[in-house]
Design a protein around this ligand. Structure first.
Ligand code: HEM
Ligand SMILES: *[C@@H]1O[C@H](CO)[C@@H](O)[C@H](O)[C@H]1NC(C)=O
Length: 443
């Protein structure tokens, strides 16, 4: 869903979702996926010319958010983050933090920490939190290893937010819980230039009370001055924002994990169990399921990697249930062999056979449900969810049809023809497909 919106936006077809609004001289970007979480930027000409100095930005969001953050770069790691939350007395706390990966960013207390200043016009008014911020040293951080060029025509930014109650603290090191979602966008800083080195948001807020909704205008970073339907608003310096389609960095390992696990559990395993009634060949069945078994472990390894990387190993149902299913499936091949031996000896199913069949069915069902939990955990888009549901439904549908058919056929062949003493082969016992030999007195 988000991906689709991002694409539509990138092609300038709609203004639903992220809004690109230009007011006066400071461009405004509203995050994709959040409601009214918006940012404005103003780079004084003097700072742009000298490459350092004050920069101004605004973070605005409804007070239904517990915290909202803006950060440099395209991922958490290495980002110079500016986290905003309520101070408990009608104003806001700005917390400069350093991103270190997929964990809570801690307050930057180093000498290069962003010296964030709260300016006039800030506060919590009518359920809207507005922080007008000046940063005199945001062109470098973390001892100089991170940097922001004030004239970058494609500077990368990230944003994240968490809805919930007010943190009500003036502490810059307050602990915050993980975001509901995040976004990524690019900004042409040369289009955010303001002439004087002073709070550029004050005038706009006074001139345009309730800055909430302006006319959206299409176009990406290249689109110069798209439409603006509010005649009172002076057209800004074009549309310097380019929301990154999809807005999130997709981990290759995560995609591989999802694809392999879907293929294994929704397709390979159920198809492999059908091979038994379809071909009657236990060898084909065993080889096929062994391949699926190996794929499962590859997918499992990838999943562990992703979860470790994201600090979500065994702290959620998807990873716990997934690990349980994979481990419990370890005995499935053993049950298969035991069933096979039993069958060779007795020429009919025994308790062990039903253990093999039902152990597999139960775990496969759990695995397919767990796939849904995984999609939820990864905040997967609607298209991925729909694709997954279709694949699972089709494969299990075919499986159910084939199995019922097998039962019906076996039912017809049962009776006196399949007694313990009969020397039938696997094929004759199970096959409903090609049968080299059928009992002569078959109905
Ligand atoms: C308690 C604080 C935080 C925790 C535990 C946390 C954890 C995570 C986790 C587990 C992911 C990967 C899963 C996903 O994509 O949703 C992630 C991604 C992301 N987070 Fe955070 N985060 C925190 C704070 C922040 C803050 C303050 C920002 C600031 C802007 C931020 C920005 C992002 C972005 C842009 C991504 C996607 C890019 C990437 O993978 O780095 N996060 N975070
Ligand atoms: C919030 O703090 C800023 C900076 O001290 C100040 O200018 C502003 O008026 C305060 N807002 C409210 C609502 O008190």
């Amino acid at each position: 869903m988000k991906d689709i919106r991002g694409l539509l936006l990138a092609s300038g077809l709609t203004t639903v979702g992220a809004e690109i609004i230009v007011r006066d001289t400071t461009p405004r970007y509203c995050a994709n996926g959040a409601s009214d979480v918006c940012f404005r930027f103003g780079i004084p000409k003097s700072s742009a010319d000298s490459g350092s100095g004050n920069i101004y930005f605004q973070i605005q969001a409804p007070s239904t958010y517990s915290w909202v953050a803006l950060g440099t770069g395209d991922q958490m790691s290495g980002s110079n983050m500016f986290v905003m939350y309520q101070d408990g007395s009608g104003n806001l706390t700005l917390s400069p933090r350093l991103g270190t990966g997929h964990t809570m960013p801690k307050e930057d207390t180093s000498s290069t920490a962003a010296k964030l200043g709260l300016l006039a016009g800030s506060g919590v008014v009518n359920g809207i939190m507005t922080a007008n911020v000046v940063c005199p040293n945001c062109e470098s951080w973390d001892g100089g290893s991170g940097s922001l060029s004030l004239t970058d025509t494609a500077s990368n930014w990230i944003a994240a937010w968490k809805s919930g109650s007010s943190l009500a603290t003036t502490s810059k090191s307050a602990s915050i819980s993980q975001h509901d979602d995040h976004d990524q966008f690019q900004l042409d800083l040369t289009k955010a230039t303001v002439s004087s080195d002073s709070n550029p948001f004050l005038e706009e807020d006074n001139a345009n009370p309730g800055t909430g909704n302006g006319g959206g205008s299409g176009g990406g970073s290249s689109g110069g001055g798209g439409g603006n339907d509010d005649p009172e608003v002076v057209a800004g310096p074009g549309n310097p924002f380019a929301p990154i389609a999809g807005g999130r960095r997709r981990d290759a390992a995560l995609i591989a994990h999802s694809v392999i696990m879907t293929a294994t559990f929704a397709a390979l395993y159920p198809l492999g169990s059908m091979l038994m009634p379809l071909t009657g060949s236990w060898i084909a069945h065993a080889i096929w399921q062994s391949v699926a078994f190996i794929m499962m472990w590859v997918g499992f390894g990838l999943g562990i990697r992703v979860a470790q990387d994201r600090n979500m190993l065994f702290n959620n149902t998807h990873t716990k249930l997934g690990a349980a299913v994979v481990v419990l499936l370890l005995i499935q091949p053993v049950l298969g062999i035991l069933h096979h031996n039993y069958f060779l000896k007795h020429r009919e199913r025994g308790a062990i056979s039903y253990a093999h069949i039902w152990w597999g069915r139960i775990l496969l069902t759990l695995a397919v449900i767990n796939g849904g939990l995984g999609l939820k955990l990864a905040n997967a888009g609607n298209s991925a969810v729909v694709a997954y549901a279709i694949i699972a439904a089709v494969c299990f549908g075919i499986y159910a049809i084939v199995k019922s058919w097998a039962v019906v056929r076996r039912g017809r062949q049962s009776g006196p023809h399949f007694r313990k003493g009969d020397n039938f082969t696997h094929q004759q016992r199970y096959s409903v497909g090609r049968q080299p030999y059928r009992p002569r007195n078959r109905v």
